[in-house]
Design a protein around this ligand. Structure first.
Ligand code: AMP
Length: 432
């Protein structure tokens, strides 16, 4: 049985305390599965990517062990080694250890290239409990005898798929060869291609496998397009898409995402005024109202549903052929959840995102996490070439700020299926 609350997990008091302070109550799926296995000392092969709560899934059990079995660090050595492909990820992981380990006594440091090595050498002199490092510089410092890996008890390889893409395979193998045989090893990758599994087999001992189906695997079946448009052109473009969609042969239902509840209401009203059967669901509507709206949507009576992210979580409706991001989400993970509303269970789906010049940064964040550019759709009446060009040149668009990240919740989306061929005017697959 996987625990459904952090309270039910046998973690030490300082960790329970920090989780309360962070307002984390429900473990994400990977945390629920991985933490108990790791607390038992198992090796782990995890298929999961950033945004799934993966970092806490390894940081919490490691911090737990460091707390329960405190030891004087040996000079130049590290009890925990986390290898990451990039400096950015190293910083992020170290920050997470700092956050989750706020009430645990432990020492940590980072080693990465591109900066002077002296502070890193100095930080390693007395030894640390947690070392987060990128492979190249770590090997440099090992060769210069500033770092010694013979005392590693916990070894984490994070984002292995990216590590291999970046050509670190040889470095990783060299590093693994220096680790003691007796250790607990954790291996995380967003994909488990055969070469990755092969590498895992040389590192892990009878690992438990945990796979959090990243919704991006769904995303691979979904045709994604972005339209660069001015704010004013969003409404007419949406109407055009909906008119085409209503003529489609296959999955006719459309979900339109709006960032705000107010925006969702306004948009649904104006679509109704323009002759579309549309309804809005968002957090201000009662459960009964939402269910009624969903029921009518499912039956095709109102084939257009305007939704906010929260309301759309878990919407399990077959035959959603089109998802429109009327506003781009300010949290990139939401994009993956949104487009996962279509193309379910092997079906084809289409996702069209509108990007005005205020949303450039959101689009860039999204492209970072889906690790591909969203193909630009130019073949429609509202395409704004100057915006598209500015984005392509790396322009920043107008005012943009990532919001403060508040409390986050994890929850899966629904399943479903349906779809099929679609007629009407739809973007070509060119440029994928
Ligand atoms: P990660 O996949 O480790 O990069 O985590 C993604 C984000 O989710 C981070 O901002 C974490 O702070 C947050 N987070 C991780 N676990 C939880 C949880 N159980 N509840 C709420 N937020 C979480």
């Amino acid at each position: 049985m996987t625990p459904t609350t952090f309270e039910a997990m046998p973690l030490a008091a300082p960790l329970h305390r920090v989780l309360r302070e962070l307002d984390y109550h429900t473990p994400s799926p990977i945390q629920a599965q991985a933490i108990p296995l790791l607390l038992e000392g198992r090796d782990l092969l995890g298929c999961a990517q950033t945004g799934t709560g993966k970092t806490a899934s390894f940081a919490l059990p490691i911090l737990n062990a460091l707390h329960e079995r405190p030891r004087h660090a040996t000079p130049k050595s590290a009890r925990t080694l986390v290898l990451t492909p990039t400096r950015e990820l190293a910083v992020q992981v170290a920050k997470s250890f700092g956050t989750y380990g706020k009430h645990v006594r432990f020492r940590q440091t980072m080693i990465y290239g591109g900066v002077g090595q002296n502070p890193q050498v100095a930080a390693m002199r007395g030894g640390v409990d947690v070392l987060v490092a990128t492979p190249g510089r770590l090997l440099d410092l090992i060769e210069q005898r500033h770092v010694d890996l013979s005392g590693v008890e916990f070894f984490v390889l994070d984002e292995v798929d990216r590590m291999l893409d970046m050509g670190f395979l040889r470095d990783v193998k060299k590093i693994v060869a220096m680790l003691p045989v007796k250790r607990q090893s954790l291996f995380f990758s967003a994909t488990l291609a055969p070469n990755i599994v092969q590498l895992a087999e040389t590192i892990l001992r009878q690992p438990a496998r945990v796979s959090i189906q990243p919704e991006t695997t769904t995303a691979e079946r979904i045709e994604q397009k972005v339209c660069f448009v001015t704010k004013d052109a969003k409404r007419p473009l949406l109407e055009r898409l909906l008119a085409d969609q209503s003529q489609a042969d296959g999955a006719r239902l459309t979900i339109v995402f709006s960032r705000t509840k107010h925006g969702a209401n306004k948009l649904a009203k104006s679509l109704c005024a323009a002759g579309f059967q549309a309804d809005a669901i968002h957090g201000n509507k009662s459960q009964a109202q939402r269910e009624k709206a969903l029921d009518r949507f499912r039956k095709g009576l109102t084939p257009v549903l305007v939704a906010t992210d929260v309301a759309a979580r878990g919407v399990d409706v077959k035959d959603v052929g089109l998802v429109v991001n009327y506003d781009l989400p300010n949290e990139p993970e939401a994009y993956v959840h949104r487009i996962g509303r279509t193309g379910r269970a092997g079906a084809e789906g289409l996702s069209v995102s509108f990007c005005s010049d205020e949303e450039f940064d959101y689009l860039r964040e999204i492209e970072k996490i889906i690790r591909m550019p969203v193909p630009v759709w130019t073949n429609h009446d509202h395409h704004d070439p100057s915006l598209a060009e500015r984005y392509a040149r790396g322009g920043r668009g107008s005012v943009q700020q990532r919001p403060q990240q508040g409390r986050r919740t994890f929850g899966g989306g629904g399943g479903g299926g349906g779809g099929g061929a679609r007629g009407g005017r739809r973007p070509s697959r060119a440029g994928r």
